[in-house]
Design a protein around this ligand. Sequence first.
Ligand code: ADP
Ligand code: MG
Length: 325
Amino acid sequence: MSEFALIAKLHSALAVSHPEVQIKSGDDAAVIVGDDKHALAISCDTLISGRHFPRNTSAHAMAFKALAVNLSDMAAMGAVPRYATLALSLPKACANNDFISEFAQGFAMLANQYGVELIGGDTTASSQLCINITIIGKLPIISGSVEALRRSGAELGDDIFVSRELGAAGFILAQLEKRLPNHIEPIKIEKYNALDYPQPEVILGQKLRAIANSAIDISDGLLADLQHILSASGFGAVIDIANLPLAAMLKSPILREELNWAQQLALTTGDHYGLCFTAPRQNRESILALGAWRIGTITQEQGIRLVQNDVTLSLPISCGFNHFA
Ligand code: ADP
Ligand code: MG
């Protein structure tokens, strides 16, 4: 059973539906209307050592990343993050001053940057190191309706953008896990920041509320995550490979000859935590001015069509990460 079939099954027998829950499961966050001026966007994400980050990741980086991936869901909704709860499952060996101080500093770095207050949580001993964060943010209500970026808002003819260059985290992970294809030499990587310290697009998300029609954060892979926008919006997309912004790491001399492989990484690897979003043609210039890259167009024809120099290419076998595929 795939991750998404499993989630659908969980929901299938449930009958409760409250009117104040305006956006339900299926987007980057749920939205609950609070007072008449604000709604609350709520989301949670779990990171497990050895699964979502390499086992030797520092406590500082794992805390930063756990909060970053949650903030990224707030960014994808255009919400202003405000509160978090933190459920920590820790092996006994981690319950020491050094680990916890480092962890606290990594968490505080992002929490302080974005004004997030830690309002609670839970701590247990466990054989498996596991970090679960619930993040709560605010969205404005204007003329009675919640101003949220949604996966379902894409419209025919929309431009498709990504907020920053692609593929660096995917490359680092492939190299660390010794999954580089035989003909590709490892490169010297100075810092693992793209993997360990992903930057959530919190400020961009809030700016996009007024000018974009739909958005998602790239956690599993560009193609897989774009497909969520397409399924929720009922459209397809054409992506021009020549316009994909590749991370500097993928343009190093060693990889210059391996453009196809670099493009596959850019299209299918996750851990990116930038945004993929769509917007009407008339907003193109204002969006490009924010530093985003235009990579394609929303089409009537369903599915994703990859083109290069007007030639249609076949889609990669896997478009992104799925926990149970
Ligand atoms: P994201 O990558 O943005 O964190 P996911 O792919 O994890 O989102 O989840 C997709 C949607 O399914 C989200 O709306 C999430 O809230 C919902 N979902 C995931 N797991 C569960 C679960 N165990 N119970 C209820 N809803 C779930
Ligand atoms: Mg998300």
